[in-house]
Design a protein around this ligand. Structure first.
Ligand code: MG
Length: 424
């Protein structure tokens, strides 16, 4: 359940030019609550709150319940005080997942296989390859909304735009049960209407930091250069991300995340954590496992993805595609750490303190863009070619590490999986 700020002024007609608007963000409205209404039609129109589980926080609330000020992650005791007449139901994840799986299979994947699932009720879709059949992206959005509503009694909101950032912000502002197209030439104006928190990824800490610099909203943010933002945030990655976002730009591509086409490992923490060290240790273990599986299956991977799950059960993933495919933890782990820092917009100061800005429940690493090692010629990069005369110590070190990892594989083969690990 999204708590991102919505702006009445953003929900208007931004024009009808769909050129290049090939990214859809689809977000089902009050999904758990809608699923409950689908099987208990008598609950329709009533304030419905999902969450009586062991942690006793609100997981979802119908729009009728939200009118009482109920929000996700709020303690259920508080929700009961706000809405004494509300209907409180336990979370039935297995049922919501089964509905979600049907919607993805029977509706979304009928349009394209370029679907990146973000959570049980949310995905991005790149429809560039489907336009010959469908004409306009908005035709697809309309069809999806009608199908999901008719067949599953769930409404969804769709953002249509030229990139993931704008599509996501558009669906947020289209809610509930709406659709919003942001033509490419309106992207900048659209984001610059927003408060800072309207940009996904800007949390309380970063907002505070920016406000201390006198940056009150996205419009103000857009007047800063990337190097000024570096000064303000202390982080290259954050500065770059903010600079792009404030101009309505986003370099991420829609990356289908399907288990058959990726090899991954993930773990849930016994207790939610904000320790950078704990999360890095876990990412290192996962990188090691992923690399080991890749080698066992004689595969190389081009794209590394880090997945995080937060205390509010939302997922976030971020991927990076390497120039050269890899199968060693020595190559995967440093990427995973960079992705972790980037997806949480961490400043150098936060990194030095070892403190993550959000509580993490689960972390994982996966690899995709897989190819058989024997079919994949390893292309030397330009850097490698320039360095050829004097072998680069880092490259030498990398190949030594790869050899060390292969030695570990054979020890593991003899003495079991947990017998040794690489100290990176
Ligand atoms: Mg939703």
């Amino acid at each position: 359940m999204s708590t991102a700020p919505r702006l009445a002024a953003a929900k208007r007609d931004w024009g009808s030019d769909e050129t290049g608007c090939v990214v859809l963000h689809i977000d089902m409205d009050a999904f758990y609550a809608s699923c409950e209404v689908a099987r208990h039609p008598e609950l329709k129109g009533k304030p419905l709150i999902i969450g009586t589980g062991p942690r006793a926080v609100v997981s979802a609330a119908s729009y009728e319940a939200r009118k009482y000020g109920i929000n996700s992650a709020m303690p259920v005791t508080r929700a009961r005080r706000l809405c004494p007449n509300g209907i409180f139901l336990p979370v039935d994840m297995r049922y919501y997942r089964s509905i979600s799986a049907q919607i993805f299979l029977q509706v979304f994947s009928r349009v394209t296989d370029q679907v990146e699932q973000v959570s049980v009720d949310e995905c991005y879709m790149n429809v560039a390859g489907a336009l010959r059949q469908w004409g306009q992206p908005s035709n697809i959005a309309r069809w999806i909304r009608a199908q999901v509503a008719e067949r599953f009694h769930v409404t969804c909101s769709v953002g249509i735009a030229g990139n993931k950032l704008i599509a996501k912000m558009a669906s947020t502002n289209a809610k509930p049960d709406g659709m919003l197209l942001i033509p490419q030439d309106q992207q900048a104006r659209f984001v610059q209407l927003m408060p800072l928190r309207g940009i996904p990824g800007i949390g309380q800490a970063l907002e505070k930091r920016l406000k201390a610099w006198g940056i009150e909203d996205v419009a103000a943010l857009s007047r800063y250069s990337e190097s000024e933002l570096l000064q303000a945030t202390g982080s290259h990655i954050t500065a770059h991300g903010l600079f792009l976002a404030s101009h309505g730009l986003d370099e991420r591509s829609v990356t289908p995340y399907t288990p058959e086409k990726s090899i991954g490992a993930e773990r849930t923490f016994l207790q939610d954590t904000t320790s950078l060290k704990d999360v890095c240790n876990l990412l290192r273990q996962c990188s090691d496992e992923v690399a080991s599986s890749l080698r066992k299956r004689d595969l190389l991977a081009r794209t590394i993805t880090v997945k995080l799950r937060f205390e509010d059960l939302k997922y976030m993933t971020k991927s990076h595609t390497l120039r050269v495919p890899v199968n060693s933890a020595a190559a995967i782990y440093p990427q995973a750490v960079e992705l972790l820092k980037a997806m949480l917009y961490m400043s150098d100061e936060q990194v030095a303190k070892g403190e993550l800005p959000r509580l993490i429940r689960l972390a994982g690493v996966s690899s995709s863009g897989l190819s058989k090692a024997e079919d994949t010629p390893i292309q030397p990069s330009l850097d490698d070619i320039l360095q050829e005369e004097k072998p680069e110590p880092a490259a030498q070190q990398r190949s030594q590490l790869a050899q060390a990892e292969q030695a570990l594989d054979s020890i593991r083969g003899r003495y079991g999986k947990g017998s040794v690990k690489l100290g990176l």
